[in-house]
Each structure stands twice: as C-alpha cells, then as structure tokens.
Design a protein around this ligand. Structure first.
Ligand code: PLP
Length: 378
C-alpha cells in the first residue's frame, strides 16, 4: 500500500496543461493582482523589498526554507516565541520591541488562521507592517473571507495544495506597488511526464513499482535566492485548469482531516496539534506531536505512508533560547490528508499508527501526578 505525500494531476489534466502552457508567455502580466513566483520564499523576499528596510519578526516555530535565505537578500530576521496554540507571545513581543523591526510575519500554520485580530491591533500599536504567511492555507477562510486579506502583504504557496511543480504568490491588501513578476523559462514538460508516471504508480498501489521508479517520479527542487523566478508555464496552466475544482479539493481535505481526527482520538503517545477542524479551514496536512517522532516516521514510511517531518529548524534560531519551539519542531510529524487520499488510505494509516501505539510502554503515573489529578472538594 502507498499513501502518497502529495496530490497528483491525472494524465488528462497534465496533457491539457502541457498544451495550454506551450502557448503561454514565460512572464506574467504586471497588472495582475497577485505576483506569481516559483517558491514561497521568493514571494516573501520580494514582498519585503516593497516595505521600508529593517528587520522582520518571525515566529521561532517556522520552517528553515522560509527564513534562512532572508538575511542574504537584505532582511535580517528576529525570532519571537509562540505559545502552545502557536499564537505569537504578544507580551514578549511588547517587552522586546526594537526600532529596527519593520514587519511581523504571522504564520497560519497547517491552514489554521492564527490570531489575526490581535496581530492587526499589535502591528498598528507597534508601527509594524503585517505579513500573513499563507503558505499552508491557500483555500482557507477566516470569518467567511479568504485568508490573506487582512495584513499588508500575504504570501501563498499554491504548490503545497495543488500538484504543481512551482507556484507561489504575493498579494497586497493595501494596493502596495509590488515588484514586477519574474520570468521562468524553464522547460518543465519533463515534470508533466513525471506526474503521469507517478499517477500510474499510485493507481497501482504498488510499493515495489514506487521503489523501482522513485528516482524518476520524485520532485527535485532547485532554488537560487539571488534569482527570483516566476511560476513555470506548465504549473501556471495546470493551476488555471484546476481552479474550478478548488471547492471539491477543500471539501476532500476537510473530510479526510475529520475522519483521521476521529480515529486518532484516544491513541496515547500521539497528540494531534490541531485536534478540532475549525470552520473555513482547508488543512495542509494533519500535524501530530510525537516524542519519538523519527521512530514513528520510519515506521510509517516503511509501511508506505508518505508522512513527513515539518518544520526544518532555521539555521539562525538559537535553540536554547527558544527551546520549547525547537522541541515542538523536533516532535512534529505530518500525515497526508490531501485531495487524493481516500478512506482506504486513512484506514491503512490508522492501522499502522494504532499498532505502533500499542507497542509503546504505558506511561507510569507517579503518586504526586495522581494526587494532583484528583478532583478537589471545595
Ligand atoms: C510557513 C512556510 N512559509 C514559507 C515556506 C516557504 O515555501 P517554499 O518552500 O515554497 O519556498 C514554507 C515552506 O515549507 C513554510 O512552511
């Protein structure tokens, strides 16, 4: 059994996108509302260039690829702590204000809206620009509006939700002048053929075929932060072709998330980070917190489950000063719930997870803990 990490386009969609893409210009229209890039990190770097220069406040629980290259392109970063629920520690931010800071990055982790009202209020009070990181949350909504409509800028990674080779966006709510879109002249037709092969492998559900063809179907990424590139022609056409299906993609992701949440309830040693699926959320994956994360990741992968670890810890993060965020990062594991996941994939993941859980030693409760948990009589 294989449970794919990423969604696929089917051969029909890939062929149509190839045909449409061949007639496209490599650069997008400058008048378009959203500037398209290959990767989210490029969209973020470009957005920062449109703001006054200074340092960017970023959460200490964030992925390395989002921030590691920012100093090299002219923006120093300063990390801020996050609370258990991943909202910014506003008190810490207030106590550690610096005149060098010009913007705050608010990450809507896993597709779940972060503390938007407080972020707006705080950024006004501290004279900071608010950048919403919607890398995981393209298709999520907050109070009936698409996420990313509140801050000064928003960054999206379409390639994390749709089966694209590249695809990220920069959007300005305040009508700010955004940098011109960059060209991407890469010929990604080979990626389209890989998608077709990959689709065939997943349809056969054969782990043997996957192992055999892995090198051919795995997605290679190359990125040079000094050369911002646009979305490639094939991915842009595919994105257009898939846009009528976004509602069904959202529904499938939500259905899969809820099904998994119900099954995982009560499994000890496995703690869903977001146990409740809020209205409007289109989840990126199903995040778990597991002490023996790498052991479970190995187990899942050896059983064909395309689970992954996220986030890679940023190079610049002082892991002692931000020990709880670094620990959470080391213990986060993501399960796939995307639009190509079916009930039999979920059943398989649940089987592997419950077997692993049953093998874990039962946690011994000390007398002090037991005593602490006893209901108190007033
Ligand atoms: C929250 C967040 N922002 C930005 C990025 C960067 O996206 P990309 O890999 O497309 O550059 C990532 C990557 O995982 C991310 O998790």
């Amino acid at each position: 059994m294989i449970v794919p990490t990423l969604p696929h386009s089917n051969p029909w969609e890939s062929i149509r996108a190839l045909q449409m893409g061949s007639g496209r210009s490599a650069i997008q229209n400058d008048t378009d509302e959203v500037r398209l890039f290959a990767f989210g990190r490029q969209a973020l770097a470009a957005g920062l260039r449109s703001l006054p220069s200074g340092s960017l406040l970023v959460p200490a629980y964030i992925c390395d690829t989002a921030v590691d290259t920012l100093p090299a392109v002219g923006t120093p970063v300063r990390f801020y702590p996050v609370k258990e629920d991943l909202t910014p520690d506003w008190d810490w931010l207030d106590q550690h204000r610096s005149p060098e800071d010009t913007a705050l990055l608010l990450v809507h982790n896993f597709g779940f809206p972060n503390d938007i009202p407080r972020a707006v209020e705080y950024c006004q009070y501290a004279s900071l620009s608010l950048i919403e990181d919607c890398a995981h949350s393209f298709l999520s909504e907050f109070e009936g509006e698409p996420l990313g409509k509140t801050g000064d800028l928003a960054v999206f990674c379409y390639r994390k939700t749709l089966p694209l080779y590249t695809g990220a966006g920069l959007y300005s709510t305040s009508g700010r002048q955004l940098p011109a879109g960059s060209a991407n002249t890469t010929n990604t037709n080979i990626w389209a053929y890989r998608q077709m092969l990959s689709w065939a492998v997943y349809k056969t559900r054969s782990s043997f075929l996957k192992r055999f063809l892995n090198r051919l179907i795995s997605r290679g990424e190359s990125y040079d932060p000094r050369e911002p590139s646009g979305i490639d022609r094939y991915s842009r056409s595919l994105m257009e072709r898939l846009s009528p299906s976004v509602e069904s993609i959202r529904v499938k992701r939500r259905r899969n998330y809820s099904a998994l949440a119900i099954e995982l309830k009560g499994m000890s040693s496995i703690n869903p980070i977001k146990p409740v699926l809020l209205e409007g959320v289109s989840p990126w994956g199903f995040p778990l917190r597991v002490e023996k994360r790498d052991e479970l990741l190995d187990r899942l992968r050896s059983n064909g489950v395309g689970a992954w670890s996220w986030p890679g810890i940023p190079r610049l993060l002082d892991q002692e000063a931000f020990s709880s965020e670094a620990r959470l990062a080391r213990e986060t594991l993501m399960l796939p719930i995307h639009q190509d996941i079916e009930q039999f994939h979920i059943d398989h993941m649940v089987k592997v997870l419950s077997k692993w859980t049953l093998e874990q030693p039962i946690e011994q409760v000390t007398w002090e803990q037991f005593h602490e948990d006893l209901p108190r009589t007033p």
